[in-house]
Ligand binder design. Structure first.
Ligand code: C2E
Ligand code: CA
Ligand code: CA
Length: 533
């Protein structure tokens, strides 16, 4: 339970991180891209505006030079006609005038009233031409004035109104999202769209670019609100975010698979558990019915998960057997039992330690090597080792099994048939395998009081075992009546909940220590490792 919660916390935290990362990354990349695009466009607008302004000023200057060359220097009809023609043919030009040496307008091309026009200080473009900001038509409209100075003659001035110096209004200006300003160096405004400061609102910030002319003292400022940029790239952003969400979902799915991988693969999970030392031995005491003393214990595997829960063998032993992990599992269990029991068993050489083997252990001699390697030279003698082979699954090759059993017995170990009466063996296993003991299955022990045939079977097995010099162990003993019956029938050893369930190492050790005094080693009981083939 604790582990599941921990796992879920991990999922959620990891999920959020995984979910946020691509979303933030795509969003940032998109915003960067959009910002760069928008800035590029704005720079293009500023550059083309400036190009257009330079073009118009060039045209106006050329017109002035042409008029000067044509000696337009008074307000007579011919001069006015020439000036009108020039205004008519030159698009940006809206007014031409002659200005006296005192700076006052002498006449305009339409012969209008002299009027004070200049708003800003003049800046010299060359020795003859000066530029300034001038008023046009009324006080609010502005224009650029170019003035051509002539020695001893009135100067010629051309007015280019501000609206011809701006690019056509885009949709952004209409909704206040963009502002373009043309400024004379020194700060005088020439043209602005929108005209008023309030016309453009840049809530949410803006990006701005500036261009300076290399030939005229003129600057173009362009500024664009981020809100309208976001509007323009709305679809792109939406697509990007959708893509990010898709990537995120994909990432989460993969992460889920990755985390769940081991949980969905019981073999991988078990393999990991074996490597992590999560498979531990429990010990179920076997009681000598004649003396009431502890005969030994059967080692039963348990999977202790990191959160402390115990998984029973029925849930993982079949997986281990099918996958071949059982060999490593058996070795791990034997080593661990050896390490836990060495001290106590070394001092009590008559106490037995039983292990469960499966059919696969009897196809090659590897198990003999394992037993030698694990218990050889350890305080636990081979004579204390009991190896059980179950009748439940069939042995592939009885001759080979017989051979391996003989090798184990040569070491000094005892071999027994487990679950007798339940499986494939029938009597043939008892007759052919040459084992030292048989374990009568719980099924027959349970049936003792109720079914006659069960008594008969047990009596027959005991008789057979006695003739073949095999020990008989009864399994799954739960009542005093069963104990009494088995004892009377001559069964010497029993195992069951009436005595003790499978115990963790610590409890079993305490039990042994309390019940069994250390014994001196009987000289014929153990075979020194040096004598082992
Ligand atoms: P098994 O070898 O027949 O082991 C005896 C089973 O009966 C054990 O179940 C034990 O806890 C249970 N038992 C003992 N006394 C009583 C009782 O009085 N009443 C009842 N109802 N049950 C009792 P456990 O520990 O669940 O093991 C089940 C089986 O898993 C074992 O049956 C054995 O076949 C297999 N197993 C356990 N450990 C290993 C192992 O290390 N290797 C292999 N190959 N198989 C193992
Ligand atoms: Ca067993
Ligand atoms: Ca059994």
């Amino acid at each position: 339970m604790r582990q599941t919660r921990y796992r879920w916390t991990l999922y959620v935290a990891g999920g959020l991180l995984l979910a946020a990362a691509p979303y933030v990354a795509v969003d940032q990349a998109l915003n960067l891209h959009i910002e760069r695009q928008a800035r590029g466009k704005l720079e293009a607008v500023a550059a083309s505006t400036l190009g257009m302004i330079e073009n118009r000023l060039d045209q106006a200057a050329t017109t002035l030079v042409d008029l000067a060359a044509a000696n337009v220097d008074s307000c007579n009809d011919a001069a006015l006609a020439a000036m009108r023609r020039a205004v008519f043919t030159s698009v940006p030009l809206k007014e031409l005038s002659l200005i006296g040496s005192d700076g006052r307008t002498i006449c305009t091309h339409i012969g209008a009233e002299p009027e004070e026009r200049t708003l800003s200080r003049e800046i010299n473009l060359s020795s003859r031409i000066a530029i300034s900001v001038a008023r046009f038509r009324d006080r609010n409209e502005r224009a650029v004035q170019l003035r051509l100075d002539r020695v001893g003659k009135p100067s010629l001035a051309a007015l280019i109104p501000s609206d011809t110096l701006l690019p056509e209004a885009g949709p952004d200006e209409a909704n206040g999202g963009r502002r373009i300003r043309v400024v004379l160096e020194g700060g005088n405004m020439i043209a602005s769209r929108p005209v008023s400061e309030e016309g453009a609102s840049f809530e949410g910030g803006s990006i701005a670019v500036q261009r300076r002319s290399e030939r005229f003292p003129i600057l173009v400022d362009a500024e664009r609100g981020r809100a309208t940029i976001a509007d323009e790239y709305h679809d792109l952003l939406l697509m990007g975010r959708l893509a990010a969400i898709l990537i995120t979902a994909l990432g989460l799915g993969l992460a889920w698979l990755w985390i769940e991988r081991d949980h969905n693969d019981p073999v991988a999970e078990l393999k990991q558990a074996i490597a992590n030392g999560e498979i531990v031995p429990f010990y179920q005491p076997l009681i000598d019915l004649r003396t009431g003393r502890i005969h030994g214990a059967e080692v039963l595997a348990r999977w202790r998960r990191p959160d402390g829960t115990l998984v029973p063998p029925i849930r993982f032993i079949p997986i281990a057997e099918d996958s071949g992990l059982i060999y490593e599992l058996t070795r791990v269990l034997m080593r661990r039992a050896r390490d836990e029991m060495s001290a106590l068993y070394g001092e009590r050489p008559n106490v037995k330690l039983g292990f469960n083997l499966f059919a696969g252990h009897f196809v090659d001699g590897k198990i003999v090597e394992d037993v030698k390697e694990i218990f050889g030279g350890s305080p636990i003698a081979f004579s204390q080792i009991v190896l059980e082979v179950t009748e439940r699954s069939p042995l592939a090759d009885l001759t080979e099994a017989r051979h391996i059993i003989a090798q184990l017995q040569e070491l000094g170990a005892k071999v027994g048939i487990d679950d007798v009466g339940t499986g494939h063996g029938g009597l043939s296993y008892l007759l052919k395998l040459g084992v030292d003991l048989i374990k009568i299955d719980k099924m027959f022990v349970d049936a003792l009081g109720t079914e006659r045939y069960s008594q008969t079977i047990i009596e027959t097995l005991v008789e057979l075992a006695r003739n073949m010099k095999m020990e008989v162990v009864a399994e799954g003993v739960e009542t005093f009546e069963q104990v009494e019956y088995l004892r009377v029938k001559g069964i010497t050893v029993a195992q069951g909940y009436i005595f003790a369930p499978p115990l963790p190492g610590g409890s079993y050790s305490a039990l042994i220590e309390a019940a069994e005094r250390p014994q001196p080693k009987a000289p014929d009981e153990s075979v020194p490792f040096s004598q082992v083939g």
